[in-house]
Design a protein around this ligand. Structure first.
Ligand SMILES: Cc1cc2nc3c(=O)[nH]c(=O)nc-3n(C[C@H](O)[C@H](O)[C@H](O)COP(=O)(O)OP(=O)(O)OC[C@H]3O[C@@H](n4cnc5c(N)ncnc54)[C@H](O)[C@@H]3O)c2cc1C
Length: 408
């Protein structure tokens, strides 16, 4: 068996894995592996945007919205860490070259999504995730002490010792040369969600919960694996493959759900689980396979500008959302549970860390609030890097950083 030695090995090259690698101290010899190519991750697909603290007065309202959406099953300390970490993360992304949309006076433009009491979401049209992930990937690839290795799936943990002395000493992976043992002082699992296990999901099919399965094999604690979010509005199609998401921000900007008779049947801005349940009920009532999303109240300039990607994709599928309501159906979208960890990404096994969608520090509770996920992945992956290094990271949510995103 081939063997390699690294300081840190990170499984996953979405925003969580990349931002963790970026925040490790200089010269930390780091290997980032991913299952397919680097572009094949859900981070690239994020449409609506990323929540941030636009104004100190919004702090309590945002925390309250997150707790309400999560059915108060959230870890409040994690929610506070996420909210308080958001200005530093936003600043870091701007410094890395992410060009969030701005209002004419040059300030960041904030949009709103379901279950948010205020606009607090920064965005880059409807392809925010690609803008953020591409910037992070370029920054990581520029670090001479980090290697990003594509088509290199992690297959297992390498564990040594007995009982409480057990520790993770590396990952077993596979690459073009066959199986390889990647030995490391610290391993980070950032393998994203589980949508690939579902028939209908907005996730990439390759995201199949591999890290969670490896943890369960070795007795590493996981939790709330049944807390799975179903997104209300994916584009209805008979074709197999990844379901195309129609972002919640469309409803935030005025699109409404209608039944076969053209009438509304629910509050479109309720939390996702509530809206998905209402759609299911409506479909049962009508005996239909979808409901429709009506964009009539959204200005044509907003559809063609802010929602250009959604507009074009629907058009390519034969639906002109400017001309008629588009058929939509709920689809699996996000895992709130995952590998149990503390607010620094530490799992129940020494040497093993986790961040991003595959991790569960309890921040989302039972139902994630829209656009909290990119942010959560970024805030907690930076903290994870901090825990691994035992030193202040180069980009840290903390006192020396802006208190709100206004300064960005
Ligand atoms: C369509 C869509 C739209 C979304 N819109 C938003 C939004 O607007 N705002 C928001 O906040 N969130 C949004 N989300 C959620 C958000 O994008 C994700 O939760 C977040 O990006 C997860 O980041 P991650 O780094 O944890 O995982 P991912 O970005 O999914 O990356 C997972 C990585 O793990 C790798 N991997 C998987 N298995 C293995 C393995 N066995 N070995 C090695 N590597 C492996 C993959 O190759 C990939 O590189 C959206 C999600 C989807 C699907």
């Amino acid at each position: 068996m081939r063997r390699e030695s690294w300081d840190v090995v990170v499984a996953g090259a979405g925003v969580a894995g990349l931002f963790c690698a970026l925040n490790l101290p200089e010269k930390t010899r780091t290997l980032v592996i991913c299952k397919e190519d680097a572009a094949t991750c859900d981070s690239m697909l994020a449409q609506g945007g990323m929540c941030t603290l636009a104004n100190p007065a919004d702090r309590e309202a945002w925390i309250a919205d997150t707790l309400a959406a999560g059915h108060n099953e959230n870890n409040r300390a994690a929610v506070e860490a996420m909210v308080d970490g958001s200005p530093a993360v936003t600043r870091a992304l701007v410094e890395l070259g992410v060009e969030f949309d701005r209002s004419p006076d040059g300030r960041l433009d904030y949009t709103r999504e379901g279950a948010h009491s205020r606009p607090r979401i920064v965005h880059r049209a409807d392809t925010t995730g690609a803008a953020v992930t591409e910037a992070l990937l370029a920054a990581v690839r520029a670090l001479p002490w980090v290697e990003v290795r594509e088509h290199s799936p992690m297959e297992d943990l390498l564990v040594e010792g007995e009982g409480k002395g057990r520790r993770c000493v590396g990952l077993l992976a596979r690459d073009g040369g066959g199986p390889v043992e990647l030995l490391a002082n610290a391993c980070v699992l950032a393998c994203g969600g589980v949508g690939g296990l579902y028939e209908r999901s907005t996730n990439y099919p390759c995201l199949t919960g591999d890290a969670i399965r490896a943890c369960e094999r070795h007795g590493v604690a996981t939790e709330h694996l049944d807390w799975v979010q179903i997104h209300p509005t994916s584009l209805f199609t008979d074709k197999p493959g990844r379901a195309f998401l129609i972002s919640e921000s469309c409803r935030g900007e005025g699109a409404v759900l209608v039944g076969a008779n053209g009438e509304r049947f629910c509050d479109e801005l309720a939390p996702r689980d509530v809206v998905s349940a209402a759609i299911r009920k409506q479909m049962e009532r009508e005996g239909s396979r979808f409901v429709r999303l009506d964009f009539s109240a959204v200005g044509e300039d907003v559809v063609r500008g802010h929602f250009a990607h959604i507009y074009e994709t629907c058009l390519a599928a034969g639906h002109d959302i400017l001309a008629e309501p588009v058929p939509v159906v709920p689809a699996q979208h996000y895992l709130m549970g995952g590998i149990a960890c503390d607010l620094w990404g530490r799992t129940s096994m020494t040497g093993l860390f986790t961040c991003g969608e595959t991790a569960c520090c309890g921040v989302h509770g039972k139902n994630r609030l829209a656009s909290n996920s990119l942010l959560e992945s970024l805030v907690f992956s930076a903290r994870c890097a901090e825990a691994i290094s035992g030193r202040a990271p180069r980009v840290a949510p903390g006192a020396a950083h802006p208190k709100t995103a206004e300064a960005c």
